[in-house]
Design a protein around this ligand. Structure first.
Ligand code: NAI
Length: 487
C-alpha cells in the first residue's frame, strides 16, 4: 500500500492500546492502522491480547493483566471484535473491559454515509445515541425465584443517570449539536426509568444552549424509523440504548459501518459495533469502515481533529465514487479485497468531500467523577412495611388466609397480594393468569420504634412455617415520598 507523503507538524505520539481481537479483527485493525499511518496520525500502537486466545490460556475475563495495565497506562484503546465464548462459564471480554474501567458511556454516531444506499438515503440522518453502559438489567443480577419463575434486577442509580446525561450534553456541545432527547420508559417504570427522566430534566437545565425533550422510548423507536432526521443526541438506559442503537445503525447501512466509543474517567475504548464475522475471517475481504470510523472518534478524543477530518473526507470521497469497495457495500456486488479498499482511501487522502457535515469538533468537556463511594442522603426516611415474595401453588384467597394467620400477633397487617405486578387479593384487577410466585405486602401497624429488623425477622419466621419465601423488599419513604411501586 503506497502512502502519500503528508506534511504535518511533528507532535509527540500518543500511545494507544490496540487489541486486534478475533475473527476479522486483526484484518480490520491492520487496515485501520495503515490508513492512520498514511494520514500521519501521531499514534504509537501498543498491541495487546484480548478475546479467544486469552480464554484459551485460561484467563476467565478474556483480557490478561498486561492488557489491562496497558489500557490503564495509555487511557485510550482501539479494539477489534472479540468472540464471546459459549459454554465455558466465561463472561464476555467486552463486558469485562467496560466494567474494569467503568466505561459508563457508550457513544454511537448514526450518520448517513455517501454511497451506502439504504431506504433512508438522502434524508440527512445525523445523530448520536448515548447509551448508559454499566447499569440496568445488564448488571446481570438474576435469580430463579421458583423452578419456573426468573427474576432480573434493574439497577439504576442517580449518579449513573447524572453521568450519562452529562456525557450526552458534553457530546452535543463538543459537536455543536442543538438538542438532547432523553428517551425512557418512565411511564411504566417510574422509579428506575423515571430516574433518568428526572435527572435528565435537572442536568440539562445546566445546559441552556441545548434544547431538551423527553420521549417515551417505544415512541422513540417509532420516530427513529418514521422521521430519523429529527434527532440530534439521544440518551438512554443500557438495554433501551442497546436495542435502539442497533436499530439506528440499521438506518444508515448496518453494523458493518457503525462505529462506537466506550467512555469513562480512566479509559476510552473505541470499537466497531460488529462482531468477529467468523464466516469471512482470514479471507481478506472484511470491511474495515466501522473500525476506521471508530478510530476517527479516537483521534478526536486525543485531540487530533485535523487528521480525523482528513481521513473522514478521504473515506467519504471513496464511498461517493464507489470504486474499490468491499463486497458488503460494493454497488455492483463485485467487492475488492480489504487491502485494495484501503489503498483507495489512502489515494484519496487530501481530497475533500462535500458530503461530510462540517462540524466544529471541540474537545469534550467531560466532568471527572471522583473515586469516592457515592452516597445520597435523605432528610427523612421511614420504614413503613415489607414486601415478601412467596412461592405457592394455592390460590390467592387461600394464601391470604395463611398469611393473615401468620401475621396475627406480629407488627404487620397483610394489605395486598400481587402476582407479576397485578393485584390478586383483596380484589382481583381483571383476569390474572396465576403462577406460583406472589408478592405479599405487609404494612407496619404502627411505625417501628427501632430499625424494624426484629419485627421483620419475626414476620419472616412466621411466614416461613407455612410458605417458602425467596426474598423481601423493605417498603420505605424517602423525604416523605413512597420509595416503592404501588400494586
Ligand atoms: P457479526 O457482526 O460478527 O456478523 C453479522 C453479519 O455481518 C455476518 O454476516 C458478518 O459476515 C457480517 N459482518 C460483520 N462485520 C463485517 C465487516 N466488517 N465486513 C463485512 N461483513 C461483516 O455478528 P455475529 O455473527 O452475531 O457474531 C460473531 C461473534 O462476534 C460472536 O462471537 C459474538 O459474540 C461476537 N461479537 C462481538 C462484538 C464485539 O466484540 N464488540 C459485537 C458483536 C458480536
Amino acid at each position: 500500500m503506497d502512502s502519500l507523503p503528508v506534511a504535518l507538524p511533528t507532535r509527540t505520539k500518543v500511545k494507544v492500546t490496540a487489541m486486534p481481537g478475533d475473527g476479522i479483527g486483526p484484518e480490520v485493525m491492520k487496515a485501520t492502522q495503515t490508513v492512520l499511518a498514511a494520514a500521519g496520525a501521531q499514534v504509537e500502537w501498543e498491541e495487546a491480547l484480548a478475546g479467544a486466545e486469552a480464554f484459551r490460556r485460561g484467563i476467565s475475563t478474556g483480557a490478561p493483566q498486561e492488557t489491562l495495565d496497558s489500557i490503564a497506562r495509555n487511557g485510550v484503546a482501539l479494539k477489534g471484535p472479540l468472540e464471546t465464548p459459549v459454554g465455558h462459564g466465561e463472561k464476555s471480554a467486552n463486558v469485562a473491559l467496560r466494567k474494569t474501567f467503568e466505561m459508563y458511556g457508550n457513544v454511537r454516531p448514526v450518520r448517513e454515509l455517501p454511497g451506502i444506499r439504504t431506504p433512508f438515503s438522502g434524508r440527512g440522518i445525523d445523530f448520536v445515541v448515548v447509551r448508559e453502559n454499566v447499569e440496568d438489567v445488564y448488571a446481570g443480577i438474576e435469580h430463579m425465584q421458583t423452578p419456573g419463575v426468573a427474576q432480573c434486577l434493574k439497577i439504576i442509580t442517580e449518579v449513573g443517570c447524572e453521568r450519562i446525561v452529562r456525557l450526552a450534553a458534553a457530546v452535543a456541545e463538543a459537536e455543536g449539536r442543538k438538542k438532547v432527547t432523553v428517551a425512557t420508559k418512565a411511564n411504566i417504570m417510574k422509579l428506575t426509568e423515571g430516574m433518568l427522566k428526572r435527572v435528565g430534566e435537572a442536568v440539562l437545565k445546566d445546559h441552556p444552549s441545548l434544547a431538551h425533550e423527553h420521549m417515551i422510548v417505544d415512541n422513540c423507536a417509532h420516530q427513529m424509523v418514521i422521521r430519523p432526521e429529527q434527532f440530534d443526541v439521544t440518551v438512554m438506559t443500557n438495554m433501551n440504548g442497546d436495542i435502539l442503537s442497533d436499530l439506528a445503525a440499521g438506518l444508515v447501512g448496518g453494523l458493518g459501518v457503525a462505529p462506537s466509543a466506550n467512555l469513562g474517567d480512566e479509559a476510552a475504548m473505541f470499537e466497531a459495533v460488529h462482531g468477529s464475522a467468523p464466516q469471512i475471517a482470514g479471507k481478506g475481504i472484511a470491511n474495515p469502515t466501522a473500525l476506521l470510523l471508530s478510530a476517527l472518534m479516537m483521534l478526536r478524543h486525543i485531540g487530533d481533529f485535523a487528521t480525523a477530518r482528513r481521513i473522514e473526507h478521504a473515506l467519504y470521497v471513496t464511498l461517493e465514487e464507489g470504486r474499490d469497495l468491499t463486497g458488503d457495500i460494493a454497488r455492483d456486488g463485485e467487492g475488492v479485497p480489504t487491502a485494495q479498499y484501503v489503498d483507495r482511501i489512502i489515494a484519496n487522502l487530501g481530497r475533500e468531500s462535500e458530503k461530510v457535515p462540517e462540524r466544529e469538533y471541540r474537545p469534550m468537556a467531560l466532568k471527572r467523577w471522583p473515586q469516592i463511594t457515592w452516597y445520597r442522603a435523605a432528610s427523612t426516611r421511614e420504614l413503613v412495611g415489607v414486601d415478601v415474595f412467596v412461592e405457592s401453588e394455592r390460590d390467592p384467597r387461600a394464601i391470604s388466609i395463611t398469611l393473615q394467620a401468620a401475621a396475627e400477633g406480629s407488627a404487620f397487617d397483610l394489605t395486598m397480594i400481587g402476582s407479576r405486578g397485578a393485584q390478586v387479593w383483596p380484589e382481583v384487577g381483571g383476569h390474572t393468569f396465576l403462577v406460583d410466585h406472589f408478592r405479599a405486602r405487609f404494612m407496619f401497624k404502627e411505625p417501628p420504634k427501632g430499625n424494624g429488623i426484629a419485627e421483620i425477622t419475626d414476620l419472616l419466621q412466621r411466614i416461613g412455617r407455612q410458605h417458602n419465601w425467596m426474598h423481601i423488599e423493605k417498603l420505605q419513604r424517602f423525604d416523605g415520598a413512597d420509595a416503592y411501586s404501588k400494586a
